[in-house]
Ligand binder design. Structure first.
Ligand code: DX5
Ligand code: ZN
Length: 217
């Protein structure tokens, strides 16, 4: 399977979002990654439903939503209504994670659990068979353009082992500091899905940057 590439809209030009969405549609990107922040779970606020409505309207790629919010279970239905494909909730934000995973699936979306850099992979042992994807944060969530946390490579390997040992079908996605130097190492360690904001949107040719990331498998 070739590497799935999901550009993160957080680094796009919000003054001309249509242009960047058209670039994504033309490109080899597989999904579009959307970062929702509430200023409580993370020390930043991004964008919400009024923006998402238009992103969903103009983007032709599946939407991979990363919820950096407290009590994400409150909004499952709203994301289903938008036609979202993948809904990522943080392990650290869910008191009843098992229930939340099944609610997402019962609403027809793929369910993913996200781990902060400080949360160990072993915390997933009781949900790994139930999730469609695990998103490993490779920076502390909240901002684009941060430096990759090196320990993440070991974490990817550990997660790959857990998935193989349990027969889980979960994909491994990474998010934060993914660039042309870290991406090949992440793919070799077992990553299936690369999220990339800054590397794609600050490139002089974003479509070519997406193509380069795609060809890493
Ligand atoms: C950070 C977000 C990321 C962000 C990644 O909290 O979850 O999706 O856009 O940005 P880069 O690729 O620039 O590190
Ligand atoms: Zn993200």
């Amino acid at each position: 399977m070739s590497t799935i590439v999901a550009p993160s809209l957080l680094s796009a030009d919000f003054g001309d979002l249509r242009k960047d969405l058209e670039m994504i549609n033309r490109s080899q990107a597989d999904w579009l990654h959307l970062d929702i922040m509430d200023g409580v779970f993370v020390p930043n606020i991004s964008f919400g439903f009024p923006v998402l409505k238009y992103v969903a309207k103009y983007c032709e790629k599946p939407l991979d939503v990363h919820l950096m919010i407290v009590q994400p279970e409150k909004f499952i239905e709203r994301f289903q209504e938008l036609g979202v494909s993948m809904l990522n909730v943080h392990y650290e934000a869910c008191t009843h994670l098992n229930r939340t995973i099944f609610e997402i699936k019962n609403h027809g979306m793929k369910a993913a659990v996200t781990l902060n850099p400080s949360t160990p992979v072993c915390m997933l042992s009781d949900v790994i068979r139930d999730v469609d994807m695990v998103l490993l944060m490779t920076v502390n969530p909240g901002f684009g353009g941060q430096k990759f946390i090196e320990h993440s490579i070991d974490k990817v390997r550990e997660l790959r082992r857990l998935i193989d040992e349990t027969g889980s079908k979960a994909l491994i996605e990474v998010d934060g500091g993914v660039n042309f130097e870290t991406a090949p190492r992440l793919v070799r360690a077992g990553v299936d899905v690369l999220v990339s904001g800054n590397t794609v949107f600050s490139a002089s040719d974003p479509e070519a940057a997406i193509k380069t990331l795609k060809e890493l498998s």
